[in-house]
Design a protein around this ligand. Structure first.
Ligand code: URA
Ligand code: SF4
Length: 209
């Protein structure tokens, strides 16, 4: 995997990054996917939400977080008192990885591996450098692997504010659970898992000074 670096135009603004992304061949995920899914939300958002990768519906529509996980996230963001209009939304990996038993069969989500995360990271680094958010929330382990210290574990460290130095200076990061993980929690415990996500988002929002 050559990685995305050679496909990211230097000095590009957000629109130029978005326009360049479909040509990326930084890893093999582009080929079976329908299209690249870049980002959505405020180009100058002070809060960035970073997911894992597009899901089935995102892959078809070309927009992040428009499926079931996206609906849950939207609700959680609103409940945390965050104005979505000030939020930038993207994914650690920009193409949908899936398994499929035969053409036409259901496409089953497959988590990206570390090699995919590393390959796609130049896009994430470039967009975050341009958008320059103050607080960056990693939703789930994949986004955490892309942006947080190596020893970060969602179960142990979720909800903690972490200061890291980036190309744009010191920024506040946080890792929390992925909205898809909330959806997978057995029904008896799901409300509690959802409340945990809302609480973490509230902490992130409070870090916006
Ligand atoms: N899950 C993600 O991590 N990102 C999306 O865009 C959709 C589902
Ligand atoms: Fe490029 Fe990322 Fe798509 Fe791989 S997943 S082809 S690195 S945009």
């Amino acid at each position: 995997r050559p990685g995305a670096a050679d496909f990211v135009p230097p000095g590009a603004d957000l629109d130029q990054l978005r326009q360049a992304a479909p040509a990326c061949r930084g890893c093999e995920l582009w080929e079976p996917a329908t299209q690249v899914v870049f980002s959505a939300g405020a180009p100058d958002g002070r809060l960035a939400l970073v997911g894992e990768q597009p899901g089935d519906q995102e892959d078809r529509r070309g927009v992040p977080f428009v499926g079931p996980a996206g609906r849950l996230l939207q609700k959680a963001v609103a409940e945390a008192g965050i104005d979505v209009a000030t939020t930038y939304v993207t994914n650690a990996v920009k193409h949908f990885r899936f398994r499929q038993e035969a053409p036409g069969k259901r496409r089953i989500h497959a988590s990206p591996d570390v090699g995919h995360i590393t390959a796609c990271r130049p896009w994430l680094a470039a967009e975050l450098a341009v958008v320059d958010p103050d607080v960056i929330v990693c939703l789930g382990a994949t986004a955490a692997k892309a942006l947080l210290p190596k020893d970060f574990r969602v179960t142990k460290h979720r909800g903690q504010l972490i200061t890291q130095t980036t190309s744009r200076g010191e920024k506040t990061f946080m890792g929390t659970i992925h909205p898809s993980a909330v959806l997978r929690v057995p029904e008896a415990d799901r409300d509690e898992a959802y409340a945990g996500l809302v609480a973490d988002l509230r902490t992130a929002a409070a870090a916006l000074t």
